[in-house]
Design a protein around this ligand. Structure first.
Ligand code: UDP
Ligand code: MG
Length: 310
């Protein structure tokens, strides 16, 4: 029996990419000794994506889709795909050809050697805008500094997971999973492959600067409570600094140097006001996460699928 490889692809407004990615994966597998299934997750696309997937699925018996009831985001789309994949291993990759399918045989080779997680690291991409590159490297610096996991810069959501690992993942019910971090945190035998990203085949990136900032904030706050500690340290430091001010006040009184003091008062109020808001915000994020999780809602909703038995 050939081993089955599941390929999970999240797609959000990727109508023109579906055929291209599906065909190039088909080509890659025709040269290997594995059978594969394609599991496309339509993440509430507003364009023809779902129709294109349906049409393609008609022509093949190993192409399946999940249609989300709305846009739940990239991470949950990948999670949903993994939850419904049957393969001996599951490979997740983007829909836009930025994750070169030609690497798949190399990933499978490492898997056969006994690695349960084969993840990929993107080499510096000279095609990308400077802003995107520096924001991406800043993202990993902040994440590693503030959280307890160590992620390599350029770690991509292009990875192979053994069935064992996928089964562990099925029991995760985080409503905002941060897959890169979770995979690292899981352990198992991991191997990293470096690759050169291609440019997007069609359409444009859905990760705006705003979305990346939110992913960064989310990455940190879902992996670490260090930011809460930073509030305590900051509080101590500032209290100590303000104590140093006392000798000056005594000196000013003793020498009758009546400072009008307006500027310093305003400065202090603004500074501490801002600081308090930031710290309240940090606490708020964690409370919010507990609130969302405590409601125990399903993390994603499937509107339709062609998976057998669903
Ligand atoms: N994606 C998704 N839901 C979203 C945003 C993106 O399923 O809300 C998919 C998208 O279709 C693509 C992958 O996630 O397959 C990566 O997105 P994109 O290429 O826009 O990100 P970038 O490569 O620019 O970081
Ligand atoms: Mg992309």
């Amino acid at each position: 029996m050939k081993k089955l490889v599941s390929i999970v692809i999240p797609a959000y407004n990727e109508a023109d990419n579906i055929f291209v990615i599906a065909e190039s994966i088909k080509q890659v597998f025709s040269a290997t000794n594995y059978s594969y299934e394609l599991l496309l997750v339509d993440d509430g696309s507003a364009d023809e994506t779902l129709q294109k997937i349906r049409d393609y699925a008609e022509t093949a018996d190993n192409v399946f889709f999940l249609e989300f009831s709305k846009n739940f985001g990239h991470q949950l789309a990948v999670k949903a795909g993994m939850d419904h994949a049957f393969g001996d291993c599951v490979i997740s990759m983007d829909c836009d050809m930025q994750h070169p399918p030609e690497i798949i045989p190399e990933m499978l080779k490492k898997w056969e050697e006994g690695f349960e997680v084969v993840y990929t690291i993107r080499e510096e991409d000279t095609n990308l805008s400077k802003g995107k590159r520096s924001s991406s490297s800043l993202f990993y610096k902040i994440l590693n500094w503030l959280s307890d996991i160590e992620l390599e810069p350029g770690a991509a959501d292009f990875r192979l997971l053994d069935q064992k690992v996928v089964n562990v993942f099925r029991n995760f019910h985080e409503n905002e999973p941060f897959l890169r971090g979770l995979v690292k945190w899981l352990g198992f035998k991991q191997y990293a492959i470096r690759y050169n990203p291609a440019s997007r085949f069609s359409g444009k990136s859905k990760y705006t600067l705003k979305k990346m900032f939110s992913l960064a904030l989310h990455g940190v706050t879902s992996f670490s409570i260090k930011p809460l500690y930073s509030a305590v340290y900051l509080g101590f430091t500032l209290s100590f600094a303000s104590v140093l001010y006392i000798p000056y006040i005594i000196y000013a009184f003793a020498n009758n140097v009546e400072v009008s003091g307006w500027a310093s008062v305003i400065m202090t109020i603004v500074f501490f006001g801002g600081l308090q808001l930031i710290i309240l915000g940090i606490i708020g994020i964690y409370v919010g996460k507990m609130f969302m999780q405590s409601k125990n809602r399903p993390n994603y909703i499937i509107r339709s699928t062609n998976l057998p038995g669903k």
